[in-house]
Design a protein around this ligand. Structure first.
Ligand code: MN
Length: 314
């Protein structure tokens, strides 16, 4: 790991233009890694042009008017929080000079010439924090806020099982670097009235069958409410952390498919997502399906996972 820390530093030194890409439909860990790393590069290495590309959290696009074909062809591409080639949110992947991957997912492919992988890290932001700190790089308050946000969201406020001593170490480093955690918590967890009404509406129609809790959301139910997709998804929390629930599934009908988010505190929901061409982490995964009939198959898969893993947890 130490050796790869150095390689990442050397690659950053070597390239003038650095592009940072993340996964499609980015979460706060992807965004936080990208912007945290961008700040760290700009604050510690001279004359660098750093571009974060791809979608914003609300589905918009980061604009980089200065980024042209010439610059792309001379650039180092750093991918953050992205396990697979097809999940990289950057169209010119094949045109860059070199690729460096930073990731913490369990099953990924080799698409980079160099990489920093830590499957035990709860967040990509944790990896970047530990990397920067071990090289004595300056972490500005702006970088610290970005990185802290990724750590608390990917760890669900230090509640998921992969939270480890290094997670708290990284949090400590970021607090010392000026992360304003109360403001970050407020920005993430203070809901507005409309969202809370939505969550309650969804919980009221949630079903619990065979230890699996699920909410089926039709597009017409939310499209006129003026909620962002993240806000629509926030109802998932209402069926998690409940004694009788072993697996929680939120199914949201979007334009052409149904997006599923799967959660559990014990069972490997990524195995279910994989069966439907999705993926993610063991206890938090996602996939897309085409119909509500297919959703019944998802429920059956979830039951199978509970059956097969239950022996081990007892
Ligand atoms: Mn992540």
């Amino acid at each position: 790991m130490r050796e790869n820390y150095k390689i990442l530093e050397e690659k950053i030194k070597k390239f003038r233009t650095i592009i940072i890409a993340k996964h499609v439909h980015p979460d706060f860990d992807a965004i936080g890694s990208a912007f945290g790393l961008k700040s760290i590069i700009e604050d510690n290495f001279e004359s660098k042009e750093v571009f974060v590309v791809g979608s914003t959290i609300d589905g918009g696009l980061y604009e980089n008017p200065k980024l042209n074909d010439q610059l792309i062809s001379e650039s180092l591409l750093i991918t953050c929080d992205t396990a697979n080639r097809e999940r990289i949110d950057f169209d010119s992947f094949d045109s860059v000079k070199e690729v460096f991957k930073i990731d913490h997912h369990v099953d990924g492919d080799d698409f980079a010439s160099n990489e920093l992988i830590d499957k035990t890290a709860i967040a990509c932001c944790q990896m970047i924090t530990i990397w920067a700190n071990s090289l004595d790089l300056i972490i500005s308050p702006i970088a610290a806020n970005h990185l802290f946000k990724g750590i608390i969201t990917d760890s669900n406020r230090f509640m998921y099982e992969n939270t480890n001593a290094q997670t708290f170490e990284a949090a400590g480093i970021l607090i010392n670097a000026g992360a304003k955690f109360t403001e970050i918590y407020d920005s993430l967890y203070i809901r507005n009235w409309k969202v809370q009404k939505w969550i309650n509406y969804c919980f009221a129609k949630a079903e619990l069958k065979n230890d699996i809790a699920y909410i089926k959301v039709l597009r017409k139910e939310y499209i006129d409410l003026g909620l962002s997709l993240e806000e629509v998804k926030s109802c998932l929390g209402s069926i998690c952390g409940i004694q009788e629930v072993k697996i929680s599934i939120l199914a949201i009908e979007v334009e052409n498919d149904i997006k599923l988010s799967l959660r559990s505190s014990i069972f490997s929901v990524n195995q279910i997502a994989k069966k439907f061409n999705g993926g993610g982490h063991r206890l938090a995964a996602a996939c897309k399906i085409k119909s509500w009939e297919e959703f019944e198959e998802v429920l059956q898969e979830a039951q199978k996972i509970i059956k097969s893993e239950e022996k081990n947890v007892k």
